[in-house]
Design a protein around this ligand. Sequence first.
Ligand code: FAD
Length: 487
Amino acid sequence: MHNTKCNVLIVGFGPTGSVLANLLSKYNITIHILEKENEIYNLPRAVHFDDEIMRTFKSIGIFKKFLKKTIINKGTKFVDEFDNLILDWPRPKKITENGFYPSYRFHQPDLEKILRKNLIKNKKVKISYNSELLEISEKGDFISAKYLDKVSNSFQIINADYVVGCDGANSLVKEYISQEVIDFGFQEKWAVIDLIMKQNKNNLPDRTIQYCSKKTPATYCRNVGRRRRWEFSLDKNSVDKEILNDDKIWHFLSKWITPEDAIIERKTIYTFKSLIAKKWRKGRVFIAGDAAHLSPPFMGQGMCSGIRDVSNLFWKIAYSCNFGHKEKLLNTYESERLKNVKEYIITTINMGRLLNSIGETNVSNTVKEEKDGSKKMTSIKPPLGPGLGNNKDKLRGKIFPYINLQNSNVSNFDSEFETELVLLSKQNVDNKKIKHINVNKYEEVMKVFNRLNISALILRPDRFILSSLNDNSKINDFIEKSTLQFG
Ligand SMILES: Cc1cc2nc3c(=O)[nH]c(=O)nc-3n(C[C@H](O)[C@H](O)[C@H](O)COP(=O)(O)OP(=O)(O)OC[C@H]3O[C@@H](n4cnc5c(N)ncnc54)[C@H](O)[C@@H]3O)c2cc1C
């Protein structure tokens, strides 16, 4: 048995684990990734992500490469059995405050390949494929992890300062933390069929369509290139093998296409669940992504939520590796993330109920009735739950806008606060505790300051606002109070 050491052990190399590794690799710390499989998972999964997630992709340097593998998503329509519009959720082709379009379509294996490739040259990151975590145990100020190297068929040990379980729905790391979950009760069996069109078929919609029905709820997705997806709800007693028979699939799809039009690329059956783990941390061990929460896919937010988790966690762990264990800081991860992901899951469940035609169109509080009586929904953007900072501060926990810069040696303002806290203020500040930027030199940032009516802000590396101030005279007190939980 070999013993190795690292700062952060990541268990699972899906999208959550690989985004975490990319984010952590900005720091001078060692990272080891364990992945039990040798290949990327290739059954139908995520096809949608949003502006906030593209901003994260930009920060880890994959935006340009990945953009080529995406298309802009135009939105979702909910229709009844006669194709009458029940609810419209348009995603206008307009840059959002996050600096990108509101919604994109992609092919999950394309993203995972790019995320993995981006790590290859980084000497601080070690990747072990065919390596299955079997056990973790706490050893005072480090965690010992035992895994099976399936190639040499031998057991190995890694000692890590911190462990993050990004090991998916059947997470072993979650079991180590706690088995308790909050179950929102939505559980349904669905078939998911990915097809590749042989040629363009212009009568297929270029939006996602949710076919609401008591009998056969279904979803159609216009994916990248010639890829198209259909999902349909199944009786829980249906026999998987019979459902996945190609004749049965073509019979179901006959309303839209035939074998002359497309080939079936991938097909599978899932039981969609709606769960959140009650505990996301035990000492130096954390969970993120599907290991921490599961959501039906109707809103396309499962993977996005996992990426939000690790954006929240990476810098808190990196601070602890570089400046000593930060108990209070690490303790804010679960409460900040849980409330945010819960809102996405509840809205998704409401969508599922509408799809089953047993719910109201009141999917979220963002649904508004238009003058002509039709109903329109806008995207939700829940703030962080309670954690760092003062909840009475109205800007705390909200995302800071993405700002393009004209006359500067950096093209966007995000690159000024990717790894550490930064104080932005309209005045010069003499305080060694925090990196400081005088915003007077950035016209575009000044505009945001004036709109928000503030004189100073502290930003976190995950682009959220830690605290805001509108009275210049109290700046040192403001810094002191804002960074109290970093002790
Ligand atoms: C039909 C469908 C459609 C979806 N559509 C969307 C969408 O449009 N948008 C969206 O945002 N999300 C969507 N999702 C959800 C999304 O696919 C998942 O949330 C996402 O893949 C979770 O990523 P993860 O890295 O947390 O977990 P996973 O991708 O499951 O990765 C976990 C990894 O851990 C490894 N592992 C597990 N146990 C161990 C162990 N003991 N040791 C070592 N390695 C281990 C696994 O092999 C795996 O590689 C969809 C899901 C489904 C099923």
